[in-house]
Design a protein around this ligand. Structure first.
Ligand code: ARG
Length: 233
């Protein structure tokens, strides 16, 4: 993985799904911005490589790593045992957990338990989707799965779904950016801690080591904590 340009610098191509602020979103000039971009910039500076990040969509991040069209995924991707069967991950760079989103005036949903007989919207093949399957049952048609997180939230706003699930930092950012959206978030301690990693094709040690060595450096020199506002081991 990774191509080498004429001057001998490694050039990597990454993929993301950029409707996931504060980790990745499109700015007014059409650039991808956010914590993941800041992390990649810091890593590539430390390790002296060039990279390009493409906004290709969530499921293509996985398939295009498999086909080798891209070298890595940087998309707030949670490190899971299931994904580790097909991909390799760097060390974690961000700690996350899930939150429930409901209409602002809702009083009937106060925990995961209350979601069992409800319509729940999620981003497809996300950890939220996995959680919804656990709560409602693998093939329950009341799980509404969308290409991205904002579409899942939209369902709660327009009443198609009773609740949505999503990553805490992203939902909190959404509420900040959409202060008039008539929704609120609910915490539940039964959601496990999740850790984001950069993802490469299984066995692609060259790219994995490059990213991971850079990540180790920016953990040590405090840059990562500066970017994320979190301390992580
Ligand atoms: N952390 C969750 C997962 O890995 C959601 C990630 C969604 N990322 C995105 N850029 N839309 O399943």
């Amino acid at each position: 993985g990774g191509s080498t340009s004429e001057d001998g610098t490694t050039k990597l191509v990454g993929g993301t799904e950029a409707t996931f602020a504060p980790f990745e979103s499109m700015d007014d000039n059409g650039n991808i911005v956010g914590i993941d971009v800041d992390v990649l910039n810091a890593i590539s500076e430390e390790m002296d490589f060039d990279y390009e990040l493409k906004n290709i969509g969530w499921e293509p991040v996985f398939s295009q790593i498999t086909t080798g069209e891209i070298d890595f995924g940087a998309a707030g991707i949670t490190i899971t045992d299931e994904r580790k069967e097909s991909y390799d991950f760097t060390d974690p760079y961000f700690e996350s957990t899930l939150l429930i989103v409901v209409p602002e005036d809702n009083t009937s949903i106060t925990s995961v338990e209350d979601l069992k007989d409800k319509k729940v919207s999620v981003q497809i093949n996300s950890t939220s989707h996995e959680a919804a399957k656990k709560i409602l049952g693998q093939t329950n048609p009341d799980i509404l799965a969308y290409e991205n997180q904002p579409l899942a939230i939209q369902d709660v706003i327009n009443g198609t779904a009773d609740a949505a699930l999503g990553d805490n930092a992203v939902l909190i950012e959404y509420m900040k950016n959409n202060p008039d959206a008539p929704i609120k978030t609910i915490e539940d301690d039964s959601f496990e801690k999740e850790y984001y990693g950069l993802m490469v094709k299984k066995g692609n040690e060259e790219v994995l080591n490059l990213l991971n060595d850079g990540l180790k450096k920016i953990k040590e020199n405090g840059k990562l904590a500066e970017i994320t506002g979190q301390e992580i081991e």
